[in-house]
Design a binder for this molecule. Structure first.
Ligand code: BGP
Length: 470
């Protein structure tokens, strides 16, 4: 017996800049990830302002979905996907971010993708912006520092709602909106000047992103009342390191900081604690008349989130190991094992996160990213025995089932990822997440051939049984 509803949306997720490739083909413009060379994304030098022919830019070819999408969607269909989460590259539609006319070839590309999905009865779930801010907007306006970027985003979103009306019903405005706090450039195209108050810049930019999200929500509902729009949180609860009230208070504050944007997108106003947070960080938001009403009147329909790991915080770091494998810095939790990339593995944490989110918001949740980045070995016969991935996913889906039994309303489970693709935080191919192996290596070599891993058959069985057979 399945605990999931009959229309539960099983699937896999991908992002344009991590899998499409064809970064400058058919009129596409450059976005922030296109300027990122391979190597750790935490180092600002990782980004170049011009393309150096002797360096490797993982997004430029990625896994070349642009020319393989029919084959890839057929594989997703074979696994039984009900839903395919992908993002539209803003710069395929508006190459500079603010163009007056859309790029027809870019529009046509996603039309073909959505047609291909519907051929197999797969519902697309579309993220409008998955970290890939147009470089044109970064250079002209400093990205989200300016309200001008908000206008450009509104035009881009409206173009998509008009063009794909009837083809797409589930939309996410911004991927992992809270990552703006931790990774401002790769997350949102924000670079800093010497000596400026970074918090002021970040929260002002975030205000513009929130207004952009509300505007897109309004437009989506206006173009098609059947459209459902979600916010998207990089999820994972902040545990207190101990029951010392100082540690517990630290965890409360970190939760607030993390959920601030979702609070606004779901409740339509800044939460009470924002005032104190802004005062402490000497942030003065510049707002305009109409901002409050826009946020209030255009809240989201559901809450989507990613979950890879829980976080752990302490009032004092003294004597504690720090787990900096993840974008969000965290104290090492002594009770948890970590992945090969140092991410804590915590299936029960997923049940905890889901309960906390649902208790707080009482709106449908949608888990749109969950998976294990790991090295895979291709056997001489071409098979990939990724039992570690199956084990990770099985334990996490088990936790999801428990959360649903706890009373959480969940729309679907989307694994990261359907297919191997470039890692967002490290630019590596070797940090593999897919059910489908792609012959593409960190040094850019490989035939791009696709093959099924053991997890492919396993996930097919999970979907076929609507999660009953794990
Ligand atoms: C999320 C991003 C994805 C994805 C995933 C895995 O934060 O939304 O784009 O990449 O994390 O992270 P990584 O690729 O860094 O291993």
């Amino acid at each position: 017996m399945s605990v999931f509803r009959d229309d539960f949306l099983w699937g896999g997720a991908c992002a344009a800049n991590q899998f499409e490739g064809a970064w400058d083909v058919d009129g596409k413009g450059a976005s922030v990830p296109d300027m990122c060379t391979n190597g750790s994304h935490t180092v600002p030098k990782w980004v170049t302002t011009t393309i150096h022919p002797d360096r490797l830019y993982p997004s430029h070819e990625a896994i070349d979905l642009y020319h393989h999408y029919k084959e890839d969607i057929a594989l997703f269909a074979e696994m039984g996907f009900k839903c395919f989460r992908l993002s539209i590259a803003w710069t395929r539609i508006l190459p500079n971010g603010d163009d007056a006319q859309p790029n027809e070839a870019g529009l046509a590309f996603y039309d073909s993708i959505f047609d291909e999905c519907h051929k197999y009865g797969i519902e697309p779930l579309v993220t409008l912006c998955h970290f890939d801010i147009p470089m044109g907007l970064v250079e002209q306006y400093g990205s989200w520092r300016s309200r001008k970027t908000l206008e450009c985003f509104a035009r881009y979103a409206e173009t998509c709602f008009k063009e794909y009306s009837g083809l797409v019903h589930y939309w996410l405005t911004f991927n992992e909106i809270n990552i703006l706090l931790h990774s401002p450039f790769s997350g949102a195209g924000i670079a800093f000047q010497e000596g400026e108050n970074r918090s002021q810049v970040i929260y002002q930019a975030a205000h513009h992103v929130l207004l952009a999200s509300a505007t897109a929500t309004r437009l989506a509902h206006q173009y098609d009342p059947a459209n459902q729009v979600g916010c998207m949180l990089a999820g994972g609860s902040f545990y207190p390191y101990s029951c010392n009230p100082e540690d517990v208070w630290e965890s409360v504050q970190k939760e607030q900081e993390n959920l601030l944007f979702i609070d606004v997108q779901v409740r339509g106003r800044y939460p009470g604690y924002a005032r104190k947070l802004f005062a402490e960080k000497q942030v003065q938001l510049h707002t305009e008349p109409g901002d409050d009403a826009l946020l209030r009147e255009n809240t989201v329909d559901f809450i989507s989130f990613s979950y890879y790991a829980s976080r752990c915080v302490a009032a004092s770091l003294e004597g504690k190991a720090v787990n900096d494998g993840n974008v969000v810095r965290s104290v090492k939790n002594p009770y948890l094992q970590t992945s090969q990339w140092g991410w804590a593995i915590d299936p029960l944490g997923l049940r905890i996160t889901m309960n906390q989110l649902y208790d707080r918001y009482q709106k449908p949740l949608f888990l749109v990213e969950n998976g294990l980045g790991a090295h895979d070995t291709v056997e001489p016969d071409g098979s990939v025995h990724d039992d570690y991935r199956i084990d990770y996913l099985r334990r996490h889906i088990e936790a999801v089932k428990q959360a649903v039994s706890d009373g959480v309303d969940l729309m679907g489970y989307i694994a990261w990822s359907g297919i191997d693709l470039v890692s967002a935080s490290t630019g590596e191919m070797s940090k593999r997440y897919g059910f489908v192996y792609v012959d593409k290596q960190d040094d850019g070599t490989g035939t791009l051939a696709r093959s099924k891993k053991d997890s492919f058959d396993w996930y097919q069985k999970v979907i076929r049984s609507n999660g009953a057979d794990l």
